[in-house]
Write a protein that binds this ligand. Structure first.
Ligand code: FNR
Length: 438
């Protein structure tokens, strides 16, 4: 009710409450490259559309005259008490979102993750730090203080780099490792392709790597090889714009590894990155390798098929994230919300749980298409233990920095709270399939 009360006193929200108006305002503010990268999905954008449209098939049935005077969004996830079942989804190359048309910015260069961190800390909601972050994770961790954070891993083809990322994440206080399994190759992203934008060949997408000692070693080795072979021996080169973006980004980061970046290093970094970014040969058996290297809970992100959820659990995963990467990977794929119920059923069967959702011992999280509090309610009703908020908070960041991120999350939580009240539910653990007309 705080947001309604503010309206009574003439105060407007920091960013629009309507999801379409929010996206539209961000589109007008962001650069064309930034907007296309954030909004874009795979191919003809059919999965992006399906992710939204499918929510319309799950209808909430309100119940009346239940005492809902005292309500709580609080929940427990992986043993941690949280103010609400909502996390900030990992978003790579975030710096791109704060670059504005006509040269303006929502945050100073190098400040996209710090702005996110401020908002997350104010709210107490976890941040999932991306492998592709624009800021080294140690800096994000410092900005987060005691606030919870997880680390999202893109599984590199280089074992030593995977180990390095995981140990940096542990040292940075991350409470879980999220292994994203749906992006071992980049989807056919038409908007990025048409603009010649490869997110991971620009500074916005590889600061996390540049600040890594193992990655840095690979870059040094490549520079030495190129020097001894002579420049002519190497064929294609990253564009001057890509190299310039790396060099200018590096100037804004305090870490010595970044500040010392030279032109040959910047070129070698892009090429090294393209070589080591991912591993398409990864199979379920590899999960055991990671399991041996960390005591942190491992969640597998990008699950859509119930058999994959079962395989993940059989191979030692501690949680599942039902996601299709916001429709950015496969065109014309199943809507993520349609994949949720069957995965929850498998997890319940696996853990022997009874009751409205899972028993929480193996959390099932959901993302891809969450825009409103009613969407969060629907995902929880289908059995999710929590959801990840994706593009909407990025739009908030683009419009108003940390205040924008916080406002977007607050709007979603306020609508979730009102939806619960109107559906006759006073705690998130009570939300179940009985609240839907299935
Ligand atoms: C993402 N996503 C993502 N996921 C991940 O595991 N690592 C990453 O680095 C990124 N980067 C990224 C960048 C951008 C611009 C977007 C929009 C998304 C996927 C993200 O975590 C989440 O799954 C989706 O954003 C959910 O879909 P919606 O709700 O944004 O449509």
């Amino acid at each position: 009710s705080a947001i309604y009360r503010a309206g009574v006193y003439g105060r407007r929200p920091v960013v629009p409450t309507s999801p379409d108006a929010l996206a539209d305002a961000a589109r007008r503010r962001m650069t064309r490259t930034g907007w296309s990268y954030v909004v874009g999905g795979a191919g003809a954008q059919r999965t992006v559309s399906a992710n939204r449209e499918a929510f319309g098939r799950y209808r909430i049935v309100p119940r009346q005259l239940v005492d809902v005077g005292e309500r709580s969004l609080r929940t427990t996830l992986l043993g941690r008490d949280l103010p609400a079942p909502v996390l900030f989804a990992p978003v790579g190359a975030l710096e791109l979102a704060v670059q504005h048309q006509r040269g303006g910015r929502a945050a100073a260069p190098g400040n996209a993750e710090p702005a996110l961190s401020r908002a997350a800390r104010d709210l107490g909601l976890p941040v999932v730090i991306s492998s592709q972050a624009s800021t080294p994770m140690e800096q994000t961790a410092a900005a987060l203080g005691d606030s919870p954070r997880w680390f999202q891993l893109y599984w590199s083809s280089d074992d030593a780099l995977v180990e390095s990322f995981v140990s940096r994440a542990e040292a940075s206080g991350c409470e879980a490792i999220v292994v994203t399994v749906d992006t071992h190759v980049l989807g056919w992203r038409t908007a990025d392709l048409d603009l010649g934008y490869l997110p991971f060949a620009r500074a916005e997408g590889i600061a996390q790597y540049l600040s890594d000692p193992v990655f840095r070693g690979l870059v040094e080795a490549r520079v030495r090889t190129a020097a001894s072979a002579g420049e002519e021996a190497t064929s294609e080169r990253p564009t001057p714009a890509a190299v310039r973006s790396l060099l200018s980004m590096a100037r804004h980061h305090p870490g010595p590894t970044l500040r010392n970046l030279t032109q040959p290093h910047a070129r070698a970094a892009v090429e090294t990155f393209l070589d080591v970014f991912s591993r398409s040969t990864l199979t379920w058996a590899d999960l055991a390798w990671l399991r041996e290297r960390t005591t942190l809970p491992i969640l597998v992100k990008g699950i859509q098929h119930p058999d994959d959820a079962r395989a993940a659990l059989d191979h030692g995963a501690d949680g599942i994230i039902v996601s299709n990467h916001g429709g950015r990977q496969i065109d014309n794929a199943v809507a993520s919300i349609d994949a949720l119920g069957p995965v929850v059923d498998v997890v319940r069967e696996w853990t022997g749980a009874s009751g409205p959702g899972t028993d929480g011992s193996v959390p099932v999280l959901f993302d891809s298409g969450i825009r409103t509090g009613a969407d969060v309610f629907t995902a929880l009703a289908l059995g999710a233990d929590a959801v990840l908020l994706g593009r909407p908070w990025v739009y908030g960041l683009a419009l108003a920095g940390a205040d924008g991120v916080r406002a977007v999350a607050e709007h979603v939580l306020a609508e979730l709270d009102l939806t619960m009240a109107l559906a006759g539910v006073s705690g998130v653990e009570q939300i179940g399939r009985a609240n839907l007309a299935l």
